[in-house]
Design a protein around this ligand. Structure first.
Ligand code: C2O
Ligand code: CU
Length: 486
């Protein structure tokens, strides 16, 4: 490819064809975990907190002596952690220095559709974009990543992702470890596949995307994190394009699951496994004994009745991150027994029920069309979305703008890990997921939000639809006008 296009894409005639180096040594888990820096920001005279993100190409040394071409924000790989508090107005000045257009989507954020960073807000090569919005949702671990039409997998795979942490007063008072990089650790888990000469490749024997042979956390392969406190909070993000993870520890210890995609659970859930499909997040609190160590590991996944479990890495056991406790640990607060008293949405209030079936790699029989509006939602209403995966392969389902609650899975009440606010949910083949959500504040009949499978090759292939939110009485549009929409 060209210098701005380092990845080996499927079908690239110049690309190497052997994706895996069988001689690659097992990592020793002695590499200090890289912690993405907290992004600098300035508060301007209007009180807006302003961040800068520059999309750029560079190289990264994932292994000694090998320089790999990568993309990142404000650096060579991944991006800084953005952090803001509920009630703040934020703005992000995005500059694109790549040789092609990209976009930056704020995954999990409630914000106006013009600011969402989806495929209708691409930033041209050399261009800039300055979205601004009010942070108006509970504390949560969100993230940002590109969303250019048909190229999301490539941009994310090359390294363009970062966390966006939201704070609020409620989450400050429930005893969670909160010193960033010390006892509050971002854990962006990704798998990558390398060519023999150490470049990232998207070549894959699986049509759904890359099942990488190398696992990395925040870009570090074989990472160790020193723990200096009795409890440590891990903000887990599945930043992979295809692979799911079923996290646990090698000594099978239990931990407290305290938050899902949209923020705190009603109460901590004591468990020894948490499964995350691409795009999902979970916050866990792990207790450590002085001088002890444990390995965060991904165990075989519970993906349901898929046709090719091996092809989706469902049977893999993979070491992820070693935690090593110091001989003396500073005391940590005890996590409160109740975390969030967020009022749950009531199905009786739902104005509309919609059904979404994923089948044949299409959504309700159609593939994504930038000019077609698939659903029209009235602002300030509650809706139930019923989602089914009728393909014999894994899919998940992500909705922009809102956090939803899970009403039921196959008619049964949701398990504890699905008891909080979510924006992405795994959809097992043959199961039915009833989700409830409320669309508030922002209406624009000409600018859609997306919903899609977050297995990024599926998304790029067209397993995505568009909805607009409109004021009551607005004539519902079905197509979008003008150039730039195709
Ligand atoms: Cu994380 Cu529409 O994406
Ligand atoms: Cu999918």
């Amino acid at each position: 490819g060209t210098p701005s296009d380092p990845v080996v894409v499927p079908g690239d005639p110049d690309g190497p064809t052997d994706p895996v180096d069988p001689g690659q040594p097992e990592p020793d888990f002695d590499q200090p975990l890289s912690i993405p820096p907290l992004a600098d920001s300035v508060v301007d005279e209007d009180g807006t907190r302003v961040f800068q993100l520059t999309a750029q190409a560079g190289t990264t040394s994932f292994r000694d002596g090998v320089e790999t071409e990568t993309w990142g924000f404000n650096g060579d790989f991944l991006g800084p952690t953005l952090r803001a508090r509920r009630g703040e107005q934020v703005a992000v000045e995005v500059t694109n220095t790549l040789g092609e257009s990209t976009s930056v989507h704020w995954h999990g954020m409630h914000l106006p559709p013009e600011m969402d960073g989806g495929p209708h807000q691409e930033v041209e090569a050399g261009g800039t974009w300055r979205p601004t919005w009010l942070i108006d949702q509970p504390a949560a671990t969100l993230w940002y990543h590109p969303h250019p039409h048909g190229r999301t997998e490539k941009h994310v795979y090359l390294g363009m992702s970062g966390m966006f942490i939201l704070d609020d007063d409620e989450a400050d008072t429930v005893g969670l470890p909160d010193e960033y990089g010390v006892d509050d650790i971002p854990v962006i888990v990704q798998d990558k596949s390398f060519t023999e000469d150490g470049q990232l490749t998207m070549e894959s024997p699986v049509p759904s995307g890359v099942m990488g042979e190398a696992l990395m956390v925040n870009g570090t392969i074989g990472a160790v994190q020193e723990v200096t406190t009795e409890r440590v909070r891990l903000r887990l993000l599945n930043g992979s394009t295809l692979r799911s993870y079923n996290f646990g520890f090698d000594d099978d210890r239990s931990f407290q699951l305290v938050a899902s995609d949209g923020g705190l659970l009603p109460a901590p859930h004591e468990t020894n496994r948490v499964q995350l499909t691409p795009g999902e997040r979970a916050e866990i609190v792990v207790e450590m004994e002085p001088g002890s160590e444990t390995m965060l590991r991904s165990y075989p996944q519970q993906l349901g009745e898929i046709a090719d479990p091996d092809g989706y890495g469902a049977l893999d056991t993979l070491d992820v991150l070693r935690l090593e406790a110091a001989d003396e640990l500073a005391p940590s607060a005890v996590v409160a027994g109740e975390l969030s008293d967020h009022e749950r949405l009531d199905e009786a209030d739902a104005a509309t029920t919609r059904t979404f079936v994923m089948k044949g790699l299409a959504l309700n029989g159609q593939r994504m069309d930038m000019n077609r509006i698939d659903e029209v939602v009235t602002v300030d209403t509650t809706e139930v979305w019923v989602v089914r995966n009728e393909d014999p392969m894994p899919h998940n389902f992500h909705i922009h703008d809102v956090q939803f609650e899970v009403l039921s899975v196959d008619g049964a009440p949701p398990p504890p890990e699905l008891s909080g606010r979510k924006d992405t949910i795994y959809t097992e083949p043959g199961r039915e997921y009833r989700l409830i959500m409320r669309f508030e504040h922002y209406a624009n009949p000409e600018m859609p939000y997306m919903y899609h499978c977050h297995l990024l090759r599926h998304e790029d292939f067209g397993l995505m639809g568009q909805f607009v939110v409109v004021e009551p009485g607005t004539e519902p549009p079905t197509t979008l006008p003008g150039p730039g929409h195709d």
